[in-house]
Design a protein around this ligand. Structure first.
Ligand SMILES: [Zn+2]
Length: 262
């Protein structure tokens, strides 16, 4: 797959990545990027519109060459043995690349502005349970800080309805950690396998990079990233750093995002 990327004039992956997003030629406009290209699996897929396929499909789509003629054309353009079996041509080329690190096999997260918009809209639809409000208040957070922080209680039910409302509002769920598709009915939904406080983790522009959950019934590892890794069309969280409040002379970096908000 890596060999045909320059032939099609498509952007290269960010350094170290074997899976990344480019604008989907079927459903994206402007700067949106929903087409996931996996260089290790030689496949592409848009979780938004369903446009998907393999190496030859991608080449055929972008060049207008008939799919059955793609192999011959690639042999001509990339060089190689015309007697080789179809799958051997790109594989032999690809084998010169170093093996990608397995931690990058998940779908990468989409851009921070898209994540921020989706997470803001999600949190706006959720509420903060009274026991969670008490907990935060006891930790020294004022009414104002709690209200401004965006802390919310994890949704107990109705996660598919939340996902539907977000999509109806024009928000993207693909590449946003926590969102994934139900294996059975393919409907988008949001992970809710444990109750806790959702904590927005922001960058220095105040944009929500990701969410952490403070789990109610956990003794160890009380704070965890909200992630939908290893779920259908899911996405892994990346361990973003939280910076509280506007940029100060010395940025306040702490171990956990909640401590920084206190
Ligand atoms: Zn698409």
């Amino acid at each position: 797959m890596a060999d045909i990327i320059p032939l099609l004039g498509l952007p290269y992956p960010p350094q170290g990545r074997s899976s990344y997003y480019i604008p989907c030629p079927c459903c994206d406009s402007g700067r949106k990027k929903h087409l996931n290209v996996s260089l290790t699996k030689d496949v592409f897929r848009c979780p938004r519109c369903g446009f998907s396929g393999g190496l030859f499909d991608l080449y055929a789509y972008y060049t207008g060459v008939q799919r059955e003629d793609v192999r011959a054309e690639l042999v001509k353009r990339l060089g190689g043995d015309d007697d080789a079996k179809p799958s051997v041509v790109p594989k032999a080329q690809g084998s010169r690349r170093p093996a990608p690190s397995p931690q990058y096999l998940d779908n990468p997260a989409t851009d921070v502005d898209t994540r921020d918009a989706t997470y803001r809209a999600l949190l706006a639809m959720l509420s903060l349970a009274s026991d969670h409000w008490e907990n935060l208040h006891k930790r020294g957070l004022s009414h104002e800080v709690i209200a401004q922080s965006g802390y919310k209680t994890t949704p107990a039910a109705g996660t598919k309805a939340l996902a539907r409302k977000l999509m109806a509002g024009g928000h993207y769920l693909a590449g946003v950690p926590g969102f994934y598709r139900d294996e059975k009915d393919r409907a988008w939904t949001f992970t809710n396998n444990q109750r806790g406080i959702l904590i927005p983790v922001r960058d220095h522009h105040g944009r929500i990079q990701g969410l952490q959950i403070r789990r109610d019934n956990a003794e160890k590892r009380k704070f965890r990233w909200v992630s939908s890794a290893e779920l259908t069309d899911g996405c892994r969280a990346e361990g973003w750093v939280h910076i509280a409040g506007p940029v100060r002379e010395q940025a306040l970096l702490t171990e956990g995002p909640m401590k920084a908000d206190v």
